[in-house]
Design a protein around this ligand. Structure first.
Ligand code: FES
Ligand SMILES: [Fe+2]
Length: 379
C-alpha cells in the first residue's frame, strides 16, 4: 500500500508499542478517504465478520445476507443443514442474488432467473441446454469461509484465514462463563443507529471507561466500577466487572439472586462488541458498520434464551437504546468534529496503574492493530 498519509508526517508525534509512551493515531486516520479505502482490503476483507445468529437460520432453506463494504454475502443453511456462505452475486451477468433474509429451496436471480441450489451449485440456467460448451459446473457461486461460534455466524473473505475459534483462544470459555445459556439464545430485537463518526471513533469509545464517570451517570451505578477491567487478549478485549453493589440501579432494576457477576463485554476485532448485562440471562451484539470516513451504521441485536422478552430485559433494552447509546453517540459525533479541527492532531493515552479500571490501554491496543494492519509507519 503506497499511501503517503500512512507515513509519519512532520506534524506527527510517535505512535509506539508502549501505551504509556505512545500518542494516539493521527487525526487523518479518522477522516482521510484514502485511509478509509485502504482499510477495506487491509482489515475488512481478511477479518472475521459477524453475519448474524444461528437463530436467524433455523432450518434447511434459511438464508440471510450481509454487506462487508462493497462485498455482498449470502449465508445459507443448505438442504443437509450445512452452513454455507457465498458472494451474493449471480454468475450470469452479476445481479445481486438474494435480499434480506428468508426461506427458500433455491436462490433465483431476479434478472434472468438463473437458479442456484443452497450449496451454491447452479441448478438451472434458462436456454443454455443447446449451448454445447456451457457447463453449469463453471458457474457455481463463489464460496467464502463461514463458521459458527457461540451461536454467532462469522464469515471471512480471506480463504486462507485461520479459523475464528483458533484465533480467539479462551473467548468461548469466557462467554460461556458469563452467558451460560449461550447455546439456547434466540434473536429477539434489533435497534439501528446512524452515527456521524468514523467507525474507529466508535470502537475507541467502547474500549475505555475513563469516560464513564463524566458521561454515563447511570452506567457507573449499574456496574461495579472498582473491579471494572479491560483485559487484552490479542484479537479480542474483555471488559469484566464483579457483581453490582445494588440491584436497584438508576439504569434499571433486577431481582436479587439473578446475577452473581456484574457486567461482561467483549470487543472482537475489528468491529463487533458483545455485551452481557446484569440480571436475567441475555447477550447483545453491537456491530459498527463503516459507511464512509465519517459515518457509521450500528446494529444492536438482543438475544435471550426463551425467545420472549421479559419486563426486566425490556428495561435493559430501553436503558441501552434511550440512555447509554445516545450518550455514546453524542460523544463520538463531537470527537469526529474535533478530529477535523485544525487545532487537533494527536493526544495521549491515559494510563494510571493505580486506577486500572479507568485505563485507556485497550484503545491503544486497537489503534496499534489498525496501524499495523494498514502497514502504517508512525514510529
Ligand atoms: S444476472 Fe442473474 S440471471 Fe442474469
Ligand atoms: Fe461509553
Amino acid at each position: 500500500m503506497n499511501i503517503q498519509t500512512l507515513r509519519r508526517m512532520p506534524t506527527d508525534s510517535r505512535v509506539c508499542a508502549n501505551p504509556a509512551e505512545s500518542f494516539t493515531l493521527p487525526a487523518r486516520f479518522y477522516t482521510d478517504p484514502a485511509i478509509y479505502e485502504a482499510e477495506k482490503p487491509a482489515i475488512f476483507y481478511k477479518s472475521w465478520w459477524c453475519a448474524g445468529h444461528k437463530s436467524q437460520l433455523p432450518k434447511p432453506g434459511s438464508y440471510l445476507t450481509t454487506q462487508i463494504h462493497e462485498q455482498g454475502i449470502v449465508v445459507t443453511r443448505d438442504q443437509e443443514g450445512v452452513l454455507r456462505a457465498f458472494y451474493n452475486v449471480c454468475q450470469h451477468r452479476g445481479h445481486e442474488l438474494a435480499k434480506g433474509c428468508g426461506e427458500s429451496r433455491t436462490l433465483t436471480c431476479p434478472y434472468h432467473a438463473w437458479t442456484y441450489n443452497l450449496d451454491g451449485t447452479l441448478r438451472t440456467a434458462r436456454l443454455t441446454r443447446n449451448m454445447p460448451d456451457f457447463d453449469a459446473c463453471d458457474f457455481a457461486l463463489k464460496p467464502v469461509l463461514v463458521e459458527e461460534f457461540c451461536g454467532f455466524i462469522f464469515v471471512n473473505l480471506d480463504r486462507e484465514a485461520r479459523p475464528f475459534k483458533e484465533q480467539t483462544g479462551d473467548l468461548e470459555n469466557e462467554i460461556r462463563k458469563y452467558a451460560p445459556p449461550i447455546d439456547e439464545m434466540k434473536f429477539v430485537h434489533r435497534d439501528h443507529y446512524d452515527i456521524k463518526a468514523n467507525w474507529k471513533v466508535v470502537i475507541d469509545n467502547f474500549l475505555e471507561c475513563y469516560h464513564c464517570h463524566p458521561a454515563h451517570r447511570d452506567f457507573v451505578d449499574l456496574v461495579d466500577m472498582d473491579s471494572y477491567r479491560n483485559i487484552i487478549n490479542g484479537l479480542y478485549i474483555s471488559q469484566i466487572s464483579e457483581a453490582p453493589k445494588t440491584t436497584t440501579a438508576r439504569a434499571y432494576t433486577f431481582e436479587k439472586g439473578e446475577v452473581d457477576f456484574g457486567y461482561a463485554g467483549w470487543f472482537l476485532w475489528p468491529n463487533l462488541t458483545l455485551w452481557v448485562y446484569p440480571g436475567e440471562a441475555n447477550i447483545s451484539a453491537l456491530m459498527m458498520i463503516p459507511a464512509g470516513p465519517d459515518r457509521t451504521l450500528e446494529t444492536l441485536d438482543w438475544f435471550v434464551p426463551s425467545g420472549t422478552v421479559s419486563q426486566q430485559i425490556k428495561d435493559a433494552m430501553a436503558y441501552m437504546n434511550q440512555t447509554l447509546q445516545p450518550e455514546d453517540i453524542s460523544l463520538c459525533e463531537s470527537v469526529q468534529k474535533g478530529l477535523k479541527s485544525m487545532g487537533y492532531n494527536q493526544g495521549r493515552f491515559v494510563i494510571d496503574s493505580t486506577h486500572p479500571e479507568l485505563s485507556e490501554h485497550g484503545v491503544h491496543h486497537f489503534q496499534k492493530m489498525v496501524a499495523d494492519a494498514l502497514g502504517a509507519d508512525l514510529g
